[in-house]
Design a protein around this ligand. Structure first.
Ligand code: MV4
Length: 508
């Protein structure tokens, strides 16, 4: 008979560590935190029942140190480790080290982490499971003749992709044969410098695809359910920024098919715990396997909001040997949810990381608003780690209501002391195609011109030019934009009065 754990170590930091600790406490399971020198006063440390210093600030000496983490787990007599996302969450060595130490790894089997973490083996595995993959050849290109032959069979446009790659690095679209050689050379150079591996391969290029992912949960008895889809096409430089569920692009028939394919693939793998199948969906609504994430994802809250399933609790129960708490017939998508990722990055300065001290903030609250973050008054966003501060999520009975709530929440939410992507989100959600749900993976490149077009210049001028462009397009919005920036730091006083003078003279 399965029994819940008494004590679990959270091998992570930031908002996801707080999220997991909250689930543990609601399950009356003691939470053990680890923290680096830079996170001594972090929220996840104070929320945990026990907390242990794991090392100096750099992740390689702290959150990525398997040996240190296992040693702390043994000393604290924990029964399981939750890896969260990022860091070691898809590192099979941690999963194996847990097994060796007699500690449960809250995630899938180590061999599946390895199998699905490799582009070539994951694609081969999916093809065997009859999951559609993008037409192309996985074996690396070894001659221009071979490349020309493959490209010709696929018909242009084709995509040259890095075998070791991800996140768009080493990707080149090729529209005609005469550009093939130079594109392969460029892709190989970029891949060599980014991954130390120059191998590239060729795929059919899907024009303006959507990124739609299916959430699944599998228990130790072979049961698998899906928790429907998430639309993650609003990405900036291959980093998701706004996600929503349900997808405004796929219809019920396609949704049913994609979920069936994902569940069948997970059953073929005998997949245990939480996993996500990522797909590209082209404009003809054909979908193709992109990759599988063998961990909890940043954007899991929107799935929780539309299905009512606490995914972290399910992960913990599954790892403790309990069967899934739900059958597929119990899972329904109800309403509509959005997630906006709040990064300590400066949209007015090329989205450069903007770590530092949060002097004060007002969080947005109210009906059906969720904030997963580690922000506390006076806290400092460290330079050492991913700049994600948190995620603000909203739910509404339909997409229109959810968008209205998101607008209200993003206006209400204010962070002082550092610049964040809040001002970016406030602009994106006013773009008509976003409001109408008509976007794809090229949406930001195509429609979010403001920050991208301004060349690097002193911040005051930049805010002025942003305000000027904004004011020209949406007179009222420019004031709001500058005012919010105004609260962030005093130097904006001069910039604001400049733009106000110009605005009042009708210049803008
Ligand atoms: C593609 C594609 C079109 N055709 N593959 C970008 C990196 C990784 N996320 C996969 N990516 C793409 N692969 C084929 N055959 C377009 C993209 C792509 C993309 C995909 C998902 C989300 C955002 C994207 C942004 C640009 C390009």
């Amino acid at each position: 008979m399965a029994k819940l754990f008494k004590k679990v170590l959270v091998a992570n930091r930031g908002e996801i560590a707080v999220r997991i600790i909250r689930a543990l406490r609601e399950m009356a399971i003691d939470a053990v935190a680890i923290y680096s020198e830079a996170d001594k006063s972090a929220a996840h440390v104070s929320l945990a029942d026990e907390a242990y210093l794991v090392g100096p600030a750099p992740a390689l000496e702290s959150y990525l140190c398997i040996g240190k983490i296992i040693q702390i787990a043994k000393n604290a007599h924990v029964e399981a480790i939750h890896p969260g996302y990022g860091f070691l969450s898809e590192n099979e060595d941690l999963a194996e080290a847990c097994q060796k130490a007699g500690i449960v790894f809250i995630g899938p089997q180590p061999h599946l982490i390895r199998l699905m973490g490799d582009k070539v083996t994951s694609r081969e595995t999916m093809m065997k499971a009859k999951v559609p993959v993008v037409p192309g050849s996985q074996e690396p290109i070894h001659s221009i003749e071979q490349a020309k032959k493959i490209a010709k069979n696929l018909e242009y446009p084709i995509l040259v992709k890095a075998s070791a790659g991800g996140g768009g690095k080493g990707m080149r679209v090729v529209k005609q044969e005469r550009d093939l050689q130079k594109s392969i050379d460029a892709a190989e150079r970029e891949s060599q410098s980014a991954f130390g591996d120059k191998r590239v391969y060729i795929e059919k290029y899907l024009e303006n695809p959507h990124h739609v992912e299916i959430q699944i949960l599998g228990d130790l008895k072979g049961n698998v359910i899906h928790l429907f889809e998430r639309e993650c096409s609003i990405q900036r430089r291959h980093q998701k920024v706004i996600e929503e569920s349900p997808s405004p692009f796929i219809d019920d028939a396609l949704r049913k098919k994609m979920c069936e394919v994902a569940v069948r693939a997970a059953k073929t793998l005998k997949y245990q715990n939480a996993g996500t199948f990522e797909f590209l969906v082209d404009q003809k609504k054909k979908f193709y396997f992109l990759e599988m994430n063998t961990r909890l994802q940043v954007e899991h809250p929107i799935t929780e909001m539309v299905t009512g399933v606490d995914m972290v609790k399910e992960q913990i129960r599954i790892a403790a040997g309990f069967p899934l708490s739900y059958q597929q017939k119990d899972i329904h998508q109800f309403g509509h949810a959005f997630e906006c990722r709040i990064y300590a990055e400066d949209p007015l300065n090329q989205f450069l990381p903007c770590p530092g001290k949060i002097t004060s903030y007002r969080i947005a609250q109210g009906p059906f608003v969720r904030l997963d973050s580690y922000m506390e008054p006076g806290c400092t966003i460290p330079v050492y780690y991913d700049p994600l501060i948190g995620k603000v999520c909203v739910w509404g009975p339909n997409r229109r209501e959810a968008v209205l709530r998101l607008k209200r929440v993003l206006k209400e939410f204010v962070i002082h002391g550092i610049r964040t992507t809040l001002i970016f989100h406030r602009q994106v959600i006013n773009i008509p195609n976003f409001v109408q749900g008509k976007y794809d993976t090229n949406f930001i490149d195509r429609e979010f011109k403001i920050t991208k077009k301004i060349p690097k210049q002193p911040l005051q001028d930049m805010v002025l030019s942003v305000a000027a462009i904004d004011a020209y397009k949406k007179r009222k919005k420019a004031i709001t934009l500058v005012q919010q920036e105004y609260h962030v730091s005093p130097w904006l006083k001069q910039a604001r009065s400049e733009s106000m003078r110009k605005f009042n003279r009708g210049f803008l």
